[in-house]
Design a protein around this ligand. Structure first.
Ligand SMILES: [Zn+2]
Length: 415
């Protein structure tokens, strides 16, 4: 049955002019006050001002009217960078962090990614699936309605396949949302291999043709960082990914600038993520490209590291996305409203700019911007109803409050 959401205080995230992402990436999406939104068979059919909605009983006899009582509506969040299938949380490392140990110190003493991989290898498929499904349900409850999930806590053929199959099963069981799967085998070098080259040659490179053939993966990723993987490895991975019709997205410039930005942009990486350490030249290269710059403020918050230059990226005309980086070590929150607060306070984004970076631009980076990410006729009816809010600014302002309560996915309330 058709549904019409009436008396919306403000309808945000409207992409009325149907502009492509790159012309609006540093302009906010539009909004309509005193609005209605109509939904049929899971898609947005129409929207506009209440005064344009002719509420005659004849015309709407077979319609469910939902009175929003001045609540505001925003598009569902698109979280384009998560490590949601990780298994067991690392709360003990969090305590070390509180005592002042750095990410690199914790990794050097046997914590970090290798710690997660060891614990994950002992989990059965079913146990890992159940843990991951719980995480995904939490993400949905926080208003995320499309999501990317990476492997990378396996670091062996068997465990990486286990993670990718968990993601694949999530895709099958949550068909109403978009889940994109990313192979991050090159996340760290496990102890089982004498060096990086051996690990790449024995595990990462051979897995790519197999997982591409089995349809287990949409993107290839790697952690391009000192003591992890270098730009040569990145270029090799891009070539191999392209041979198998896979696109790429990379973790780059988190701690050090290894010169990855120009090389990855040149080779059409769809997204470059982290970017805490960027030169003015890198910002310009990103601004001139269609590669999305994905910043992860919750990771900066938890690691007490500098925030990426979101303001500069927007001001230069780059395509900015914001994501949770949800993972057990450096970003254990999948709350996109929290990411928005950090982006506004720490990165000095206006709420409208942050909203575009949490919805339409990440949708573009996942190849979904024609389906989700804004309020547009024909797009999937994914949105969040924020009761007792007057403006979008209330969302980052009431930080830490229980903000997201009502989430609609394809027009149906997620409960
Ligand atoms: Zn990450």
């Amino acid at each position: 049955m058709k549904k019409i959401f009436t008396n919306i205080g403000v309808l945000y995230g409207v992409n009325e002019e149907k502009l492509p992402y790159w012309t609006i990436n540093h302009k906010p999406l539009q909004h309509i006050k005193n609005a209605f939104l109509s939904v049929g068979t899971g898609f947005i059919q129409d929207y506009g001002e209440m005064r344009d909605l002719n509420l005659t009983l004849d015309k709407f006899s077979n319609v469910e009217l939902i009175d929003c009582q001045n609540a505001i509506i925003i598009p569902g969040f698109v979280d384009s960078h998560t490590h949601l299938v990780y298994g067991i949380p690392r709360v003990e490392e969090f305590l070390l962090k509180i005592q002042g140990k750095s990410y690199e110190e914790i990794a050097a003493s046997g914590g970090g990614i290798l710690n997660s991989a060891e614990k994950l290898s002992a989990l059965s498929f079913d146990t890992l699936y159940n843990m991951s499904e719980k995480n995904l349900k939490q993400a949905l409850a926080h208003g995320t309605t499309s999501i990317e999930i990476k492997s990378g806590y396996g670091l062996s053929i068997e465990s990486e396949l286990k993670i990718l199959r968990v993601i694949h099963t999530l895709k099958q069981n949550f068909k109403h949302i978009h889940i994109k799967s990313t192979f991050l085998g090159a996340h760290a070098v496990p102890k089982a291999h004498p060096n990086k080259e051996a690990y790449l040659n024995e595990v990462v490179f051979p897995l790519i043709p197999k997982i591409a053939k089995e349809g287990l993966v949409d993107y290839v990723d790697a952690f391009i960082e000192k003591n992890y993987f270098d730009t040569k490895d990145m270029i090799d991975l891009i070539s191999l990914a392209h041979q198998h019709n896979l696109k790429t997205r990379f973790h780059v410039n988190q701690f050090h600038d290894l010169g990855a930005i120009a090389l990855a942009v040149e080779r059409n990486a769809v997204s470059l993520d982290h970017l805490e350490v960027l030169t003015p030249e890198d910002i310009e290269i990103l601004a001139q490209s269609k590669t999305v710059a994905t910043l992860l403020p919750a990771c900066s918050f938890f690691t007490r590291l500098p925030y990426g230059p979101a303001r500069e990226i927007i001001d230069h005309g780059g395509i900015l996305s914001l994501a949770t980086d949800y993972n057990p070590g450096s970003a254990p929150s999948l709350n996109m409203a929290f990411v928005m607060t950090l982006a506004c306070i720490q990165m000095k984004l206006m709420p409208e700019e942050a909203l575009t970076a949490l919805t339409l631009n990440p949708a573009f980076s996942l190849g979904l911007s024609n389906k989700v990410g804004s309020i547009e006729r024909g797009k999937e009816a994914n949105f969040i109803v924020l009761e007792n809010f007057n403006t979008l600014s209330d969302l980052p302002y009431f930080a830490g409050n229980q903000i997201v309560k009502r989430v609609f996915i394809r027009g149906v309330e997620n409960i």
